[in-house]
Design a protein around this ligand. Structure first.
Ligand code: AMP
Ligand code: ZN
Length: 287
């Protein structure tokens, strides 16, 4: 299958999997991360490399998103991978929805902070050195355009298939679907009987409204249309982004990381984004 071969080639070319590796794959229940998990597990089986691939799901719903949990379980089962479900509410306390609502950041932004924080901290504490995500070519092209408009070149510099940990406490990030498009992940799911939930659904569910901005939706749909009509163009575009990132890397100032004064996790300021939102007057119960 051509689509799976592209993923294997990406894993191989960027040496994403090596002997003795423990890799956590962040699975949301959506098709892309399911395929990242499937691709990595298949690669390990076929290449007979001694590496452990584990599925990792962050549950923001407090167990209420039963359908998502069921799907994630099934995805891990199909790959014969162990599944670790992490309950955010147990860590941050039941009033975390209230704190998100009171935060000056938008819901999607807070959701991103929570996921990035625990996707790094929990797998690292459990012995992983690498974290795989389901970000695909469509995502990188969208992020590239948005960050170009926002002139956030330091973020663009992170758009590569293999991102080394920039701090001892930051896991290396691997993106096996860097050159794979959304239509292809859907095709792989259908062909291998992998169930998935629609990515549009927010895991915070009805409690908070979470919507993409109009421009983001417009760009997303444009990229989707190119995916249907000229997929190889998307592949060339993402390959161009990768080359550009390698060019600008040298001139990029190494971002300075320090450890959060509250929780000790890596951050670029004194207090990490998660503690800024959730510390309140009362210390969060994960400390
Ligand atoms: P998103 O930002 O929702 O497009 O997700 C990007 C990537 O983050 C996905 O491909 C997954 O690898 C990971 N991810 C998103 N949501 C979760 C979640 N609830 N639990 C674990 N990983 C997630
Ligand atoms: Zn912190």
């Amino acid at each position: 299958m051509k689509e799976l071969r592209i993923i294997f080639r990406t894993i191989e070319k960027y040496r994403m999997v090596e002997e003795g590796d423990v890799i956590y794959v962040a699975v949301s229940g959506g098709k892309d991360s399911a395929v990242a998990l499937f691709g990595l597990c298949e690669y390990v089986k076929r290449s007979k490399i001694n590496a452990r691939i584990k599925a990792f799901h962050i549950d923001l719903s407090g167990g209420k998103a039963e359908n998502v949990l069921k799907v994630v379980k099934k995805q891990a089962e199909i790959c014969s991978a162990e599944l670790r479900v992490f309950d955010v509410r147990k860590e941050l306390g039941e009033d975390f929805v209230k704190k998100i609502r009171n935060s000056r950041r938008g819901v999607c932004s807070v959701c991103g902070v929570i996921k990035r924080y625990f996707m790094n901290r929990i797998p690292r504490e459990e012995g992983a050195k690498k974290l795989a995500t389901g970000h695909c070519a469509n995502d990188f092209i969208l992020f590239f355009m948005k960050n170009l408009v926002g002139k956030k070149f330091d973020w663009i510099a992170k758009f590569k298939p293999f991102l080394e940990g920039e701090h001892t406490k930051l896991l290396a990030k691997i993106r096996p679907l860097f050159f794979t498009t959304e239509i292809e992940t859907e095709k792989i799911c259908k062909e291998h009987g992998i169930p998935f939930v629609k990515a549009e659904k927010c895991s915070l569910l009805e409690e908070l409204k979470c919507e993409h901005g109009k421009t983001t939706l417009l760009l997303k749909n444009c990229i989707k249309e190119i995916d249907v009509k000229n997929r190889e163009f998307l592949r060339s575009l993402v390959s161009g982004i990768e080359k550009l990132v390698n060019e600008i890397k040298q001139s990029q100032k190494e971002s300075e990381f320090r450890e959060c004064r509250i929780c000790g996790e890596p951050t670029s300021s004194e207090t990490c984004a998660l503690c800024k939102i959730f510390k309140g007057e009362k210390q969060p119960n994960f400390l």
